[in-house]
Design a protein around this ligand. Structure first.
Ligand code: GAL
Length: 384
């Protein structure tokens, strides 16, 4: 298989070992394997060993980073909780904490769960670097850690995510499909949080598609993925460039897209230019229906959340063959090599495939999307 090397954040490199599958509906598990070639790697592998004697009576700590991104509490956590119950004959339970964008809070939440002797942790870090001391404490206490979505540093035992560079490529490519590639097209780029390693990968994927094909006029990162921050950044951009000089906006996720679209509308655009997004939030799907947002990236929450629950239960119960089968990919973080991983493929969601993605997966019903306000737009795209 061909190795492909691309640089991500400074000092980090990705080696992609298998061809990436780009499925239309992402309903199959990913075979994408990513390996970050080590750069200053000091620690090798997650070391916490789960006791093979654990039965169904387990406690899984689940930690999410914020409430601004709706998917975490709306989908990811309930799915994980339910899957753990299902896999353990309703004997396994979860403990939940949300860090509300603060890594210190999350580290205390992890320490608290370590003290309470949970059996395993599923952690979506606010700051993938600053979470490392808490991950180390869990490891010292013999509690394994599965990193969720964002690659936490420190001795983690598993990782479940999407092919995050591909997410950025999908966003970039969609914009080009809509706009065509011409240097005359001026694009504003609104990236995610600099403490989230995924944001660097989204950026890298999107920039690799767009650079040299369009003109990138303005670029911002969005602290904490906070839509309020994105709003201020977009207001500055509109003041600087003027609405007629913005042909499209790359928005890294739906929270940012919503803020960008509000600012453009307030500034008086007659038609909102193409804006990307990510996470398939209900409001974003509705904006796509009404034509205010061009696309979002649908990352199958059930695939990701179920995989995390399955890996956690297999790990705690010491079923290593099953664990390995669930984690066929391998990723290196800046501190830890060969993290057994599962990477799920993302899907571009536009007007054309709402039914085949979020509706088919049972994320939203047509009724939820097509409320009175969107009835006519839904009918126009045969979503009724
Ligand atoms: C990323 C995640 C996205 C989105 C974003 C905002 O790490 O992959 O799906 O949730 O964080 O918090």
């Amino acid at each position: 298989m061909n190795a492909r090397t691309t640089s991500t954040t400074p000092g980090t490199r990705i080696r992609r070992r298998t061809a990436l599958r780009r499925t239309a509906t992402a309903l199959a598990a990913s075979a994408a394997a990513v390996s970050l070639a080590s750069c200053g790697v000091s620690d090798v592998g997650g070391s916490a060993e789960a006791s093979p004697t654990k039965g169904d009576d387990i406690t899984v700590g689940v930690l999410f980073p914020d409430k601004d991104t709706k998917r975490y509490e709306q989908f990811d956590y309930p799915i994980i909780k339910q899957k753990i119950a299902e896999l353990t004959d309703n004997k396994g339970v979860t403990k939940y904490a949300n860090a509300e964008k603060d890594q210190e809070t999350q580290n205390s939440q992890i320490e608290q769960m370590v003290e309470e002797k949970v059996d395993i942790l599923i952690v979506d870090a606010v700051d993938s670097k600053a979470v490392a001391p808490a991950v180390q404490k869990a490891d010292d206490a013999g509690i394994p850690v599965i990193a969720y979505d964002r690659l936490a540093e420190g001795p983690i035992d598993g990782y479940v995510s999407f092919d995050n560079e591909l997410v950025g490529q999908v966003q970039g490519r969609s914009l080009l499909e809509e706009l065509g590639d011409s240097a005359a097209n001026k694009i504003v780029m609104m990236h995610g949080s600099t403490t989230d390693p995924n944001a660097a990968l989204f950026k890298q994927g999107a920039v690799s598609e767009l650079q040299d094909k369009v003109t990138i006029s303005e670029t911002y990162d969005t602290k904490g993925w906070d839509p309020a921050v994105a709003k201020v950044n977009m207001e500055k951009t509109v003041a600087k460039l003027g609405i007629d000089n913005i042909d499209a906006v790359y928005a890294a996720n739906d929270g940012i897209a919503g803020a960008v679209i509000d600012v453009l509308k307030t500034a008086g655009v007659s038609k909102v230019p193409p804006v990307t997004g990510q996470d398939a939030e209900l409001e974003a799907v509705q904006r796509i229906v009404s034509g205010d947002q061009y696309m979002t990236v649908y990352k199958s929450f059930p695939l990701q959340a179920n995989a995390a629950a399955e890996m956690a239960v297999a790990k705690v119960q010491g079923r290593s063959i099953e664990f390995d089968a669930l984690a066929k990919d391998s990723v290196d973080s800046p501190t830890t090599e060969n993290v057994p991983s599962q990477l799920v493929p993302p899907v571009a969601l536009t007007k054309d495939n709402i039914e085949d993605t979020v509706v088919a997966d049972g994320i939203y019903t047509v009724k939820q999307i097509c409320t009175a306000k969107f009835k006519a737009d839904c009918a126009a795209i045969d979503l009724d």
